[in-house]
Design a protein around this ligand. Structure first.
Ligand SMILES: C[S@@+](CC[C@H](N)C(=O)[O-])C[C@H]1O[C@@H](n2cnc3c(N)ncnc32)[C@H](O)[C@@H]1O
Length: 334
């Protein structure tokens, strides 16, 4: 079942265009029809007074819309073709197994044919270094990897080859925004191009979001995203967040999206959170290590003088056959 907006056929096109403009059209499904109405797949619960409803819509990536049906690769390699790829704005980013690499141009061309909204396809060489940026090679289409991504009505200018960006965190950004109470002070210690801050400022009413990143390339994108989204309550900083936070006020909420090593900074984050404030810490770990991990954090922070409770744990995605990325919601109690 897909979430969709029911509108009379005569009014369908302006609504569809408006949803595309705001990044709220659900590209996973095709538009359906029911009598004199059309059913437009959407990523929102309501749009302009129209309440979303559930309906059976046909998925986009089937039949001729699936690049795997048109790509020219030897038959024995077909089963290695990836089932999915990331789409950031108007570019697609795909990983390919070694035997498919000689056919990367054919695969890129087929992806573009199957998805007419894609301007270019890039081969993903993995995320590297402390800035967590991607090695990208263009395998089809034109232009650079700089692109405008839209997420739940928020615009995000980004370039995954020089700054970190992950479109798969859309639901987590929306979840965090839904927790923010009016007037909150928020610090994003590892902000990238400020997607968390932008979604929060567009969908909640914090008094200020401080977005920090070490990668100097982030500054241009953060400032542009503030401008594009008409944000008045975000300040951005380039530097080591452990230093930058020293000059900032105590926060109601601290975001820590640096999943390889965020726990090393948990004491800094707790010191910057008000008592009663929350830290959201991302962490990649063995699924087998999850039981008992919250208690370990609590003991380690107690030794540093902080009282804390883990109030929620969400599995964000699978990272490897045995590991996942989690977000821990941590309440500072003393
Ligand atoms: C996984 S990315 C998260 C980016 C962003 N939160 C997002 O969702 O797109 C981690 C970011 O932390 C930044 N970073 C790494 N060490 C840092 C530090 N000591 N202080 C500030 N930023 C840092 C990297 O440059 C990178 O942009």
């Amino acid at each position: 079942m897909a979430k969709c907006l029911r509108v009379p056929k005569s009014e369908g096109e302006p609504v569809r265009r408006a949803l595309i403009e705001e990044g709220l059209l659900d590209l996973e499904y095709r538009i359906g029809s029911d009598g004199s109405d059309i059913l437009i797949p959407c990523l929102c619960d309501e749009y302009n007074g129209i309440k979303a409803e559930e309906a059976e819509l046909r998925p986009q990536n089937r039949g001729e819309g699936d690049y795997r049906n048109i790509v020219q690769v030897p038959a024995e390699l077909k089963e290695l073709l990836p089932n999915s790829h990331d789409v950031v704005g108007d570019i697609a980013i795909t990983k390919l197994e070694e035997p498919l690499l000689p056919y990367r141009r054919e695969i890129g061309e087929a992806m573009m044919k199957a998805s007419p909204n894609i301007r270019a396809v890039f081969l993903d060489g993995g995320v590297k270094g402390e800035f967590r940026i991607r090695e990208l090679e263009r395998i089809a289409g034109t232009g650079t990897s700089e692109t405008m991504h839209k997420e739940f009505g928020t615009r995000m200018l980004t370039d995954p080859s020089i700054v970190y960006f992950n479109p798969r965190l859309a639901n987590e950004r929306s979840r965090i925004a839904s927790l923010v109470k009016p007037g909150e002070i928020i610090i994003d210690m590892f902000a990238g191009v400020a997607p968390f801050g932008s979604v929060i400022c567009r969908n909640a009413s914090p008094s200020m979001v401080y977005s920090i990143d070490l990668n100097p390339e982030c500054e241009r994108f953060m400032r542009e995203n503030i401008r594009l989204n008409h944000i008045k309550n975000m300040e951005c900083f380039i530097g080591d967040s452990t230093e930058v936070v020293k000059g900032l006020p105590q926060a109601d909420r601290v975001l820590m999206n640096l999943p390889q090593i965020a726990d090393r900074f948990l004491d800094v984050a707790l010191a910057k959170a008000k008592v009663g404030g929350t830290v959201h810490m991302h962490r990649i770990m063995e699924r087998a290590d999850l039981p008992g991990y919250s208690q370990k954090l609590k003991d380690a922070m107690k030794a540093k003088g902080f009282g804390m409770e883990v109030t929620g744990v969400t599995e964000l995605k699978t990272y490897s056959p045995t590991m996942s990325v989690y977000v821990f919601d941590i309440l500072r109690t003393s």
